[in-house]
Design a protein around this ligand. Sequence first.
Ligand code: SF4
Length: 911
Amino acid sequence: MNAPSPQPPAVRTTCPYCGVGCGVLAQPDGYGGAVVAGDPHHPANFGRICSKGSALGETLGLDQRVLHPMLRQFDGSLARVDWSVALDRVADGFQRVIKRDGPDAVAFYLSGQLLTEDYYVANKLMKGFIGSGNVDTNSRLCMASSVAGHKRAFGADTVPGSYEDLDAADLIVLVGSNAAWCHPVLFQRMVKNRRERGARIVVIDPRRTATAEDADLFLPIAPGKDTALFCGLLVHLANLCALDYRYIDAHTDGFENALARARAIAPDLAATARLAGLPPADVARFFELFHTIPNAVTCFSQGVNQSSQGTDKVNAIINCHLATGRIGRRGQGPFSLTGQPNAMGGREVGGLANQLAAHMGFTADDIDRVGRFWQAPRVATREGLKAVQLFDAIARGKIKALWVMATNPAVSLPRARQVREALGRLDLFVVSDNVAANDTVAAGAHVLLPAAAWGEKDGTVTNSERRISRQRAFLPPPGEAKPDWWMVTQVARRMGFAPAFPYRSAADIFREHAALSSFENGGRRAFDLGGLADIGDDAFAALDPVQWPLPAGEPRHARQPDHRFFAEGGFYTQDRKARFIAPDPPAPSAPAGKDFPFRLNTGRVRDQWHTMTRSGLSPRLGAHAPEPFVEVHPADAKAKNLVDGAFAQVTTRWGSCVLKVSVSAAQRRGSLFVPIHWSDATASAARIGDLVMPETDRYSGQPDAKATPAAIAPVTFAFRGFALTRRPLALPDGTWWARVALAQATGLLLASNDGPATWRERAHAMFGDDAELAELSDDRRGAYRAAAFIAGRLEGCLFIGPAATAPQWDAVKALFETGMLNEAARRVLLSGRSADGLASAGPIVCACFGVGLTAIRDAIQTGAAISVEGIGAALRAGTNCGSCLPELKRIVADVAGTAPAGTGSARMIAS
Ligand code: SF4
């Protein structure tokens, strides 16, 4: 008898979601899936992962994958072809356009989801061999303003500090950062510091987010006024003589000018408070904390970056740290929290249109240096087009061939509808991705290339603290999927550049990338991986997470006394001094127009990522916020006749969406908040990119996604319900729907003005002629329920009822998973009640243990739990990854009546 084969060891790899860059251990289950846990030895997370990381194992299925190269046919369909045919088509197509219209008529649009090696090869082909700067990336939407701010102040795009500084800081200021949801593991590190060391946390955000639950001070700043607040802080510190003049004199330039500008913008505390829309006492408290606590780290994220004045906001923050010498020291410094898993790797490679390669720009020296290193015949000599300009150029017919890798611009870019239309005008439109059908593919991709996904790819990523970690494969690529670097290499060879693209592995590429970073560096560039340029294949395979600057000793070229930058100056400008930047005054708030009186703010929810192509596959994650929603302040809701849980149409100059209404005092008056995740693939009318204005920051080119003028009006649906189905379902026109991943089916939450009779007529067509229907109709109550069986197996069901008493799906979901139902179970199913008579759990708060809002409220109200810890003991909620702890805190305060007025458990959107 054969002994059972031993379980293979877990593979050390890196989470593919946010810029925290947590190390994870993936244990393949032998059936194409894996169990994923935190890596206790990874310095970014020491074993902790958040709800998204915990659910990675649920996202590895192949249902949505593209498995073979596909070409668009004359009839509009996509048909499978051989790799050689697809690659020839890409190479020939690019060459034809370049020959006819020049190199600037082609472009690549890349992604912070790519590995560094993918990025490197794509950037090299376009900027070195095609000879255009037209490589940009979705990181432009995420942190381009931080890049521009760093370069203006430091002379290089260098994050000075490390995550350890968040453990050692005595004051942590979070500006425009909902870290509790967007960087959860890092945020839990901050909370631990607060709990164990007494660090103070200040949260500055127009919206009272989950992050504010753990704040000692919350400043609900007026949108766009961060520059005024930090100018006021600089003035305040200068007036108190609380600046580090030794540091200013020795290591900086431009202080007087910046201070004069700060005085002009925010001359005193009262003016600062007025400009920032904050109570003077709160501003005074923040200034006092910053003045008296030297160990201060200021973290900033999309709320700062995604602004038409984002770069100035970044520099206003950096100015305060330079002026106090609080930079590059333990527990001190400005800290950009990066959104994506490898946005930093993309920046290192040069994947933004205004970078050339390896932290070099478009100076004559850098162009010459990179050209000699690559032995490239026609290095691009000027910056390419940044994302919004790039898609404008496509719309104008200036760019005729585009390759989109690992991103979904038809959803995520501002004016997404126009982007989608522009894509339809391309002569050659190539997409390499994991998924067979997203909005970008649907925009008319001519060539669809199957890319290896997380778990199949091999290479490196860099996180927010400059730490390079390995992403390792633990599953074989399905079908004919290949890494992106392989596809680009094959195309480059076909275009005649074979000698410069000899790569056989990610390790080959990494070595070249590291060598370029140190080529003629001589300490002129912060980014230098020279110590890894000769790394062998085995050492690359085993590479531990490593932060740059590389540790002294082993690898060569290490120059920093520790792993931080700038404690003793040494900036990457000509004179090695930092630059204070005099920011522009914050633009005055535009008067509320009659047509669009609100400001639309966009963001994320805790358990989804980008356009949900991966996180949307997880039933656990889908249960937290299952529907697209708009958050509205109670006074605005009242004025506009909006009802919590009902629907509203949000309209801007560029488009409209229909979303569920969430009334919350966490929202600022006059502002609307919408999450960005839904697309045409996952909801009927919730592609938020359609609404966002194309205004960009003039230094970084980053779009302002936080302040689009908008209008809101109620939308009435007389009936609501849901469908569960194991096969695609054609819904009647006019139905509002949102797709939710379930364990054994797809869930669709529905709203409609069609009554039961209409749904009854359509049910057979929806489920197919081969389905046997069990039905329950009650025209008097306005209810219709159907269960569809094929060969005795439950294949789908449909529940429709009056909107005021919408049917709940928890009990039906549970029965659906069993598949085969006897007569009694069919009756229970159509009753919509749980077989054990238990009430619905309500929307899920704790994704790890599936604990719902109703159960938590019940526990508090019955006295079974009166604190967050008590809820953990009674229900286990919050005892695993900790991502839901801020919400538990808010629910406890809400039920106890101690929450700030009206905030309540505001996000909870009942399904
Ligand atoms: S915080 Fe969560 S999403 Fe971000 S890297 Fe860690 S596990 Fe992944």
